[in-house]
Design a protein around this ligand. Sequence first.
Ligand SMILES: NC(=O)c1ccc[n+]([C@@H]2O[C@H](COP(=O)([O-])OP(=O)(O)OC[C@H]3O[C@@H](n4cnc5c(N)ncnc54)[C@H](O)[C@@H]3O)[C@@H](O)[C@H]2O)c1
Length: 268
Amino acid sequence: MKRLEGRVAVVTGAAQGIGAGISRVLASHGATVCLTDIKDSVELTAENICKDYGKARAYRMDVTKAGDVEQAFNKIAKDHGRVDVLVNNAGIYPRRKLVEMDEEFLHQLFEINVFGMFRCAKAVLPGMMERRYGKIVNMSSVTGPMVGTPAGGQTAYGSSKAAVIGFTKALALETAQYMINVNCILPGYVYSPSAFGIRGSKVGEDGEAAMREFGRKIPMCRQGSPEDVGNLVLFLASDESSYLTGSEIVIDGGNILQEEYLGPYSPK
Ligand SMILES: NC(=O)c1ccc[n+]([C@@H]2O[C@H](COP(=O)([O-])OP(=O)(O)OC[C@H]3O[C@@H](n4cnc5c(N)ncnc54)[C@H](O)[C@@H]3O)[C@@H](O)[C@H]2O)c1
C-alpha cells in the first residue's frame, strides 16, 4: 500500500528545484499532486511526473495575488474534490544588504515567502477543518532562524524564514483541535537551479560541478537533493506523523552542527 494513496496534495513553487522534487516523491507514493507555480514550465514538470512517477496536474498560480490563489484552489477543488496536503514551498532568496534595500524588494520578498503561505493555508483550511483532516508543511530555512552566511545580505530572507516558523507554530495551535498537522522544514544547502548563482558559480560555468564542490564543506559530504526534502515532506504528509504538529525540522546533512568551517570535512 502506498503511503499517500488517495490523497490530494498541492505544492507551491513546484516547477523546479525543491518543489518539483517534493512533487515527484509525493506522486510516487500515490498522491494526486497539484503542482502550482508562477512559471509556465510547471506544465512540463507535471507532464514528466505523470510519465515517470504517478498522478500530477499543473496549475498556474502566483502566491502574491489573492485572486490567483482563490481561482487556482477553486479549480483544484472542482477537479479533485478536496485538498488533504498543502506544501507551502514557493520562495525566493535574493541577497541584498539592508542599506541597499528599497521598500519594493522587501515587500516582494515577504509577499512570496510569508504572505503567500497565509493565502494558500486560508484557501485550504475550511475544507480541512470540516473534514477534520489536513497536513500543512511550510518551507522555512536554517538561514535566518539558526545561521547566517558570512556574505551577509540576508536580513530580509532570514527574517522571512524566521516568520515562517512563527506562522507554523501559531497555526498549529489554532488548528490542532481539527486534527490538522502544521509543521515546517528547515533545509540547509539543497541542490536547485536557483541556488547556482548564489553558491559560487557564475553564469556560463558548470553550476552542477560548483554545487558538488560546495557539498564537500558539509559533514555528510554532499548537498541535499530535492528528493531528500521530498522524503521528509512525505513523512509529514503521511499518517505516520499524525501526533506531530508545530515542529521545525532541520534537514542539512549535519551542516549547522559545525561551530566553524575548518576546510573540507575529513572524517577520521
Ligand atoms: N535550495 C536551497 O538550498 C534552500 C535552502 C533552504 C530553504 N530553501 C527554500 O526552499 C524553497 C524552494 O527553493 P528552491 O531552491 O527550490 O528554489 P527555486 O527557485 O528553484 O524554486 C522556487 C519556485 O518558486 C516559484 N515561485 C517564485 N515566486 C513565486 C510566486 N510568486 N508564486 C508562485 N511560485 C513562485 C519559482 O517560479 C520556482 O519554480 C524556497 O522557499 C527556499 O527559500 C531552499
